[in-house]
Ligand binder design. Structure first.
Ligand code: FAD
Length: 403
């Protein structure tokens, strides 16, 4: 008898979690499981800011997908998805096409520019492993090429966005700065780091946690411009303006990091599925509205909190938990059950690192600061590894220096 075919697109947090659960629950004769990813490696995206800030190597954040999947049960295809055709139940890859009975779309997000002119062309974003490494090299290049001399001549780095990604990157960058200044004999006073944010820092937290992050980073030399937006990005800087005001100011900068927006992967909107900013508002059971056999999880989905009416922020934690529920729902469909499980996020905690020695966040409803928060951050990272690859992945890649 023909086995039902489950195809998972994307081997990130959501996709790998779905596969891990399915391979555990299903026998080879029960279903065919196919995982497709554009890289042969999985990259621990939540550590990209450390690569960009040069405090972690690329090999440290990378692991082989084949180390995580059971190759007796799961076929891995290393290829890029270029089109999803839900009406024909097939997916077009660069090299081949793949048919499916059940599809899980977990291809993550892309950089969202909010339509700001020049962001795509002139800014750098911490969106992929190679982009993170490029940022690291670019900043090093700025220091090595710095001639000094002129009074006004400075190394200026602008970071657009003071959410989790922007703040974590600033923590890494300011940790690295003393070494860079020493190495290239640059006077620290010649380096300016300016963060521009349309509201206040870390809007996913209460104000005091954002303020803690601001105080920590200001002490390390970061200047913040709150209630201010980047209006345009240019080859040599940015135009910024205060919210609601006409007046604008130009900041000359050799490095512009855009850390302010995530949108869904563009292959989804091309599939004829209704999207908002490239992301799909999924049903409570994680299926795309109108599709019986198509699940969308992780950063390319929008899942609304029933209590607040607001979407949950896209995080690794949500993607992992959605992966589990999605797999459970596919198992239900395979056993002909029609009532599927509602996804119920269990937000255990979110912690934002502020460099090597400090962090801030909320864990099980309690605010945490400083070294305690940093410890919790490492535990959260290790837990994510454990969920995907059990103890062996922690031993290979885990953050074992907990204190
Ligand atoms: P991803 O993990 O992005 O995985 C998507 C996968 O799909 C990738 O493997 C990609 O290669 C593949 N793919 C994409 N397009 C295609 C294609 N066309 N064909 C084939 N394969 C494709 N979240 C937290 O919870 N805590 C944090 O502390 C945190 N810190 C972060 C720090 C940084 C710097 C960044 C960038 C993000 C951070 N996040 C954090 C967010 C978190 O990383 C994401 O929410 C999470 O990775 C989303 O998981 P996902 O499975 O949806 O997508």
């Amino acid at each position: 008898m023909k086995r039902p075919k489950i195809v998972i697109l994307g081997a990130g947090f959501g996709g790998l979690m779905t596969v891990t659960k399915l391979q555990k629950e299903l026998d080879v004769n029960e279903a065919e499981i196919v995982l497709i990813n554009k890289d042969s490696h999985y990259y621990q995206k939540t550590w990209f800011h450390q690569v960009a800030g040069s405090n972690m190597t690329l090999s440290r954040v990378r692991f082989d997908i084949k180390d995580v999947i059971d190759s007796n049960k799961v076929q891995f295809i290393h290829d890029t998805v270029i089109e999803i055709k839900p009406e024909e139940k097939k997916v077009m890859l660069e090299k081949i096409e793949v048919h499916y009975d059940y599809l899980v779309v977990a291809v993550g997000g892309e950089v969202g520019t909010f339509g700001i002119k020049g962001i795509k062309e002139y800014s750098l974003s911490i969106s992929s492993a190679s982009a993170a490494r490029h940022i690291n090299n670019h900043i090093e290049g700025e220091f090595s090429n710095y001639q000094g001399g002129e009074k006004e001549d400075k190394i200026t780095i602008v970071v657009g966005g003071a959410g989790l990604t922007g703040i974590e990157f600033l923590g890494e960058l300011t940790d690295r700065l003393p070494k860079l200044c020493r190495q290239y004999k640059v006077d620290r006073s010649k380096v300016e780091i300016i963060c521009v944010q349309s509201s206040f820092a870390l809007p996913i937290f209460e104000h005091d946690l954002g303020q803690y992050a601001v105080n920590t980073l200001e002490k390390k030399g970061v200047q913040f411009r709150f209630e201010t937006r980047i209006r345009e990005c240019l080859p040599d800087g940015v135009i910024i303006g205060k919210n609601g005001e006409e007046a604008v100011e130009k900041i000359h900068a050799g490095t512009i990091i855009w850390a302010a927006g995530v949108r869904g992967n563009s292959i989804i909107e091309q599939a004829g599925i209704q999207v908002t900013e490239g992301r799909v508002k999924v049903n409570p059971d994680l299926r795309a509205p109108g599709f019986e056999n198509l699940f969308i999880i992780g950063d390319c989905s929008i899942f609304v909190d029933e209590k607040t009416g607001q979407p949950y922020p896209p995080t690794a934690q949500i993607a992992l938990q959605q992966g589990t529920t999605c797999a459970e729902n596919i198992l239900s469909l395979l056993s002909k059950k029609t009532k599927l499980k509602k996804f119920e996020p269990n937000i255990r905690g979110i912690v934002c690192a502020l460099g090597k020695e400090n962090a801030v966040g909320v864990v099980y409803g309690n605010k945490v600061f400083g070294s305690k928060a940093l410890f919790m951050k490492k535990m959260i990272d290790n837990r994510a590894l454990y969920m995907i690859g059990r103890s062996s992945l922690i031993l290979k890649k885990g953050r074992l220096n907990l204190f």
